[in-house]
Every structure is written in structure tokens, then in C-alpha cells.
Design a protein around this ligand. Structure first.
Ligand code: IMP
Length: 442
């Protein structure tokens, strides 16, 4: 069977920890979209691992797949694998031959385009990893796929077609000097070398048939989403989004498994007990604007360690947004919820949740379709009494009923509003501070 893990908000919901917690029975962990923009932190054996591309399950002896929906920077891939090996791990990572490769010119273009857009306040605040430009080339049918790296002659043909276009774009349209990132020979040398290494290490696969065969043989597969629903290119807060589909439909197209296979499994929405955001764009429940709210944001940011895993940027912080979660639950058909960071809110007198929005006198219970309209929404808050700081690991050992009463009321409200049962609750960074109410693989 499959279990799909989907971010319900704006990324950074703690999906890595949930994959680690629920993925134990899985034999294979596959990512289906995104690339090295996806910061995920996994704590294993007291050690903290910060990854941006390698699937989190790969540090736990599972086969890790980067599906065809991913964009793969081979430089990052090999750097992460080498670092993990230096730390004594032996990750088994396979890459879909249909996945697209990120090239150095994609990164350059990401930076240049963001700068140009910033004149009109339209920059997405990207991670600068070249994600958008790579997906653009995929849709524009001028991308270079992982399979192309395996054949130096094909790679040369592809580069000779695309690189002059990129060079012209940078020099003639943006008026910037191109440089090595736009040099066919240098790119061919570096990328055919990656191709050689991928081939020699037997790392490439046809993701769809590999996964289907493993499922047919009785293996359990965990499908690991990156980013979150509101960063989805179709269902998110366009244009302040990433360029792929973190929602559950992406798990089908991004791996080659059919919707019946994915839909027969469980789809777990990962929720952070409040909101955090790296990058720009509106955020109706953001804690800012007066000293009191700024202080609260600072408190939550420090308690929750809300700094970007990939970029180190301080994250913007806000209250939980139920219209956003209703939208996410519907778009992905969540069958379970994993709510994280409940401990971070401990010690506050009260905790607010945007139950609905008011937009020009109209009451909305889900997100409007345009980001401009979303920016005009005023949250209608519901206030919950705060809960105290407790020994979270001890409570986690005892189970859900050992959590403070007000925290339980908060979690029950979220689950009932979405009509989705709680699968797990996170009250700290490690597995020992997590409660599994209903294991999706069991
Ligand atoms: P990109 O994915 O680098 O193109 O960035 C597009 C938007 O998605 C920006 O607002 C980023 O901050 C956001 N983003 C991308 N990856 C992540 C992530 O892993 N966590 C949170 N936000 C992300």
C-alpha cells in the first residue's frame, strides 16, 4: 500500500519528522515533486540531519526515490550523499530517468528573474535553487532529463539547443553577463560526469514501474510531498508559489503510480499548530503590526526555531488558518492529520485560530481563488485558552489523553472542523515526542 504525506499549509509543517515517524514500516520512500528547495530536518539516533533533496526515509535504510515529478540538481544530490556517507550512513537513492535536471543556468535565472520581479513586488521570495526555471523548461519542452545525462551525445544535442537560448535571454533581455553557467563545453563536462556516476552506481530507474513492481511484491511505499498546499502551483497563492504540485494529485503524476493506487492508500495532511512562511505575499493571520503581535511572533519564532532550513531566513509567523486547511483537506482528500509543534504554543495565555474570513462583509470558510482577494480577508478568530509547558516526552509516552486539556480541545476542534481524524500529534522534534493515534500502515 501507499501512504502519501502532504503539507497542508505553506511548507515547513514538519513533514520530515512525520515521514520518519510513520515511515518505519515502509520499504520505499519516494519524493514526487520539488527539488533542493525542500528543507527537511530529521532527528535520528540523537543526530540531526538537514537535507534538501535526498528523501528523508533514505537515512533509515529505505530505498529513496526521486520521482519523475522532481527536479534534480545532481551537484546537490552527490554532495548530500557524500556527506551522509561521511557520517556513517549508506543511503540507497534512485533517481527517475524522467526527472528533470537543474543546471547552473537555472539557478542564475532564478536570481535574475526574482530581482527583476522585485521592482513590481512580484518576487516569490524563492529559495534561489533554480526550481522555477527548470520546471519552465520542462513545460517548454527544452528541459534536460536525468535520462539524457546518461548518454553524452544526447546531452550534447540538448545543451547545444537550449544553452544559446538561455545565453541570449540573459544577455539580450536582462542585460547581464552570462559566464560559465552558460558554457556548453563546461556544462557537458560536468553533467556527463554526473551521468557516468549515476550509471556506475546504478542509481537511475523508471520510477513508475519500479514502484508498481515493489507494491505488487507486497512492499509498503511512502510518498513524500515537499512544500505545502498553499505553495502548489495550481491550488496555492499564485504567484507566490513553487512550480510543482505538492497536493496529493502530484503524487500520481510525479511518480507514475495511478490515482487508484494512491487513492487506495492513506493521505496524511501535515499541519503545524500555527502558520509559518518563508517568502513573500499576503498572510492574513500574520502576527505583526503592533508591539504585542510582534512580540508573540518573536516568541513563537524562537520557541519553534522558525528559520528556513535551506535559506536560514527568519520565517514569518501567524495563527492557524482554518480556511487554508479546509482548502487543503479538500484538494488532497486527507484521510488523516498529523499536527505538529503543539508544544511551541505552550505557555501562551490564549491561542487564536482563524475560523473563517471576513471579506468586505462576506463570510468565507475557505480560501478565495485569487491571492489579491486572500490578502483582503480579515480573519474571524476563535480563541482557545492556552496550555502549560509540561514534560512532553512523558506525555507522549502515555498518549493523547495525557496532553493538557486545552491542547486536546484545540486539536479536536481542528480535526472536527476538517472532518478528518487525527493520525499523529507532534509535541517536540524527535520521535519520542510524538503520539501516533492511528498508524496508517497498520
Ligand atoms: P522555489 O520553490 O524556490 O521556486 O520558491 C517558491 C516559493 O516557495 C517561495 O515562496 C519559497 O519560499 C517557497 N518554498 C519553496 N520550498 C519551500 C520549503 O521547503 N518550505 C517552505 N517554503 C518553500
Amino acid at each position: 500500500m501507499t501512504v502519501t504525506i502532504v503539507g497542508a499549509q505553506l511548507g515547513d509543517e514538519g513533514k520530515g519528522g512525520v515521514v520518519d515517524l510513520l515511515g518505519e514500516p515502509a520499504d520505499v520512500v519516494a519524493r514526487y515533486q520539488g527539488g533542493d528547495n525542500a528543507g527537511h530536518t530529521v532527528v535520528h539516533g540523537g543526530e540531526e540531519y538537514k537535507l534538501s533533496l535526498v528523501p528523508s526515509g533514505a537515512i533509515r535504510d529505505k530505498v529513496g526515490i526521486l520521482g519523475n515529478g522532481c527536479v534534480v540538481n545532481p551537484r546537490t544530490l552527490f554532495e548530500e550523499l557524500d556527506t551522509l556517507r561521511e557520517r556513517g550512513l549508506d543511503p540507497d537513492v534512485r533517481v527517475a530517468e524522467r526527472a528533470h535536471a537543474i543546471l547552473p543556468y537555472h539557478r542564475r535565472l532564478d536570481g535574475i528573474e526574482e530581482e527583476v520581479k522585485s521592482d513590481d513586488d512580484l518576487e516569490a521570495g524563492t529559495t534561489g535553487r533554480g526550481i522555477g526555471p527548470t520546471y519552465e523548461d520542462k513545460a517548454g519542452r527544452r528541459g534536460i532529463r536525468v535520462g539524457d545525462l546518461l548518454d553524452p551525445a544526447v546531452l550534447r544535442d540538448r545543451l547545444e539547443y537550449v544553452v544559446p537560448q538561455k545565453r541570449a535571454l540573459v544577455e539580450d533581455v536582462f542585460g547581464v553577463e552570462a559566464g560559465e553557467a552558460f558554457d556548453v563545453e563546461a556544462l557537458h563536462e560536468e553533467y556527463s560526469d554526473y551521468g557516468r556516476r549515476l550509471r556506475e552506481e546504478g542509481m537511475t530507474v523508471d520510477a513508475g514501474s519500479f514502484l508498481a513492481d515493489r507494491i505488487a511484491a507486497g512492499d509498503d511505499v511512502l510518498l513524500e510531498g515537499a512544500q505545502g498546499t498553499s505553495l502548489d502551483i495550481d491550488h496555492g497563492i499564485y504567484p507566490y508559489v513553487t512550480s510543482s504540485n505538492p497536493t496529493a494529485g502530484g503524487a500520481c503524476v510525479g511518480t507514475g503510480l495511478g490515482p487508484t493506487t494512491v487513492g487506495q492508500g492513506e493521505i496524511i495532511g501535515v499541519v503545524k499548530a500555527y502558520l509559518s512562511r518563508v517568502g513573500t505575499g499576503p498572510l492574513p493571520t500574520e502576527l505583526r503590526g503592533d508591539d504585542e503581535r510582534e512580540r508573540l511572533a518573536e516568541y513563537i519564532r524562537e520557541e519553534g526555531g522558525e528559520y528556513g532550513t535551506v535559506t536560514g531566513r527568519p520565517r514569518r509567523v501567524g495563527w492557524l488558518d482554518m480556511p487554508m486547511l479546509r482548502h487543503a483537506a479538500r484538494a488532497s482528500d486527507f484521510t488523516g492529520l498529523a499536527v505538529n509543534h503543539v508544544d511551541v504554543l505552550a505557555g501562551l495565555d490564549e491561542v487564536n485560530v482563524a475560523h473563517a474570513y471576513d471579506r468586505d462583509g462576506e463570510r468565507l470558510t475557505t480560501m478565495p481563488t485569487t491571492t489579491e482577494a486572500w490578502g483582503e480577508c480579515d480573519p474571524i478568530y476563535r480563541t482557545f485558552e492556552g496550555w502549560p509547558e509540561i514534560d512532553w516526552a512523558a506525555a507522549a509516552r502515555e498518549g493523547f489523553d495525557a496532553l493538557p486539556e486545552n491542547a486536546r480541545a484545540y486539536l479536536t476542534y481542528v480535526s472536527e472542523e476538517l472532518d478528518v481524524p487525527l493520525t499523529a500529534v507532534g509535541v517536540g522534534p524527535g520521535r519520542a515526542e510524538s503520539i501516533v493515534l492511528d498508524h496508517p500502515f497498520e
